[in-house]
Design a protein. Structure first.
Length: 207
């Protein structure tokens, strides 16, 4: 740990075999600062060996949108790509359509998938012709609108909307309806704020 906390960015780049991005440099600077402080408080901590997996490079998923995701690949099928966020073994699994993926680069730099454009991976043998609208998003909007007349239902709408947004963003190739879920959350929050403001004004008027 001590050796890592005292290492330079150039040494880490040599170890990783790649250039550090500005985000990597900021994270490493904060991490090394905390490590040096921990070692100063407990010198024995500096002698703890650091597993190589902590600095292991991750795979890169390049989407057709241009976004690049650093990930730990769990599974690649004919139609789906399942992964976790890079370096986060306890994070949820994320499942995306292979049709959204332009290429996948392994941690060693080897291209393990390249979309040739000849096949439609997004909808082949998936069991659905296109991403389906998340029913939770629909119910969220219904509850949010109904909540205009009965406030407790609006709270349910906001909760359902947040759950739906999380579900859609984790499985963008399978579910759609982000607009509905967002509308439910916005309507619920706006009307909730207006109701609270009205209550505050009424209390102030009668006090």
């Amino acid at each position: 740990m001590r050796q890592f906390s005292e290492s330079s960015n150039a040494e880490l780049e040599t170890l990783l075999g790649k250039k550090l991005s500005w985000k990597d440099r900021i994270v490493l600077k904060i991490l090394k600062k905390k490590l040096r402080k921990a070692i100063q408080e407990n010198p024995a901590f500096g002698e703890v060996p650091m597993g190589n997996h902590l600095l292991a490079p991750c795979s890169k998923i390049k989407l057709h949108s241009g976004e690049i995701i650093e990930a730990d690949i769990l599974q690649i099928t004919d139609t789906r790509v399942v992964y976790r966020r890079c370096g986060r073994p306890n994070s949820p699994e994320i499942d995306i359509s292979k049709g959204d993926v332009a290429s996948i680069e392994n941690s060693d730099g080897k291209i393990v998938f390249q979309d040739s454009g000849n096949e439609d991976y997004a909808y082949r043998d998936t069991g659905y012709s296109e991403p389906e609208t998340d029913k939770t998003a629909v119910w969220a909007l219904v509850c949010a609108i109904t909540g205009i007349f009965f406030f407790p239902v609006m709270i349910v709408g906001v909760i359902l909307g947040l759950q739906s947004l999380k579900k859609i963003r984790r499985n963008p190739g399978r579910y759609k309806g982000e607009g509905l879920a967002t509308a439910a959350v916005v309507i619920g929050c706006v009307y909730g704020a207006l109701i609270l403001l009205a209550i505050v004004l009424l209390v102030a008027a009668f006090s």
